[in-house]
Write a protein that binds this ligand. Structure first.
Ligand code: URA
Length: 229
């Protein structure tokens, strides 16, 4: 149980003042009866606004990240958060991406306001799998799969070799690579280490979560139980 105005503010329905107005003006009901008491202690599930249930207490979102959107809260560019409903952008705790994709990488990005879940999925100890589709500037030589899976590939500036990664060649310029870690620019740096250059990068899957039938820029809500890791 929590104060009505506090619940609404934390879900992004407005500032404390705005939410108090909503309540005073009879928009908010508890168990079906209009409540004008901002301090009333209530259960999230019992509250409606103009007859609509509240947004979920915790959000887990899968977003199809388009090109040229950044996974940052304070970059000057186009933020992935701007693809979410404005109210969700005002929630506290904030919704954050689970890990990051580069601005020029497309595909699956998960977002949540569940800090513990975010931590669990990004923890270096957990080895959550991420599957990428890669297009390269130069033809694949043939020894990359062995090098990537060896567990000995050192990236420039790192002090530990990459964990073994699975490279599946599609044709001379296209492959998929499955990583179980999430280092900065990892896929691009791995291909740079074998003398190639990534020209297109798309994440197909994070853990078991894929794009499904989402179009670029679209998102859907999922549950914790949907994510297998
Ligand atoms: N590896 C990269 O180089 N970039 C990404 O966005 C994700 C993985």
């Amino acid at each position: 149980m929590d104060r009505l105005d506090k619940i609404l503010t934390s879900l992004g329905y407005g500032s404390r003042k705005e939410v108090q107005h909503l309540i005073k003006n009879g928009h908010v009901a508890v168990c079906g009866a209009v409540s004008k008491d901002a301090k009333q202690k209530v259960n999230h599930a019992d509250v409606t606004i103009d007859g609509e249930p509240l947004d979920p207490q915790t959000l887990i979102i899968v977003l199809y990240k388009p090109m040229n959107y950044v996974c940052s809260h304070n970059d000057a560019g186009r933020l992935v958060y701007s693809l979410l409903p404005p109210r969700w952008q005002k929630r506290n705790p904030k919704i954050s991406t689970i890990g990051r994709l580069d601005g020029d990488t497309t595909g699956v990005i998960l977002l949540t306001d569940d800090g513990a879940l975010n931590h669990a999925l990004t923890s270096p100890k957990k080895h959550v799998a991420k599957l990428y589709e890669v297009t390269l500037a130069s033809p694949i030589r043939g020894d990359e799969a062995d090098i990537f899976s060896s567990g000995t590939l050192m990236l420039n500036g790192d002090d530990k070799p990459c964990r073994g990664a699975k490279l599946t060649i599609i044709d001379s310029y296209n492959a998929t690579v499955e990583l179980t870690e999430g280092r900065y620019h990892q896929v691009k740096r791995m291909f740079a280490a074998v003398g190639n250059k990534v020209v297109k990068l798309h994440r197909k899957q994070f853990a078991n979560i894929g794009i499904g039938d989402l179009q670029e820029g679209q998102y859907k809500i999922i549950c914790k139980e949907d994510i297998l890791f």
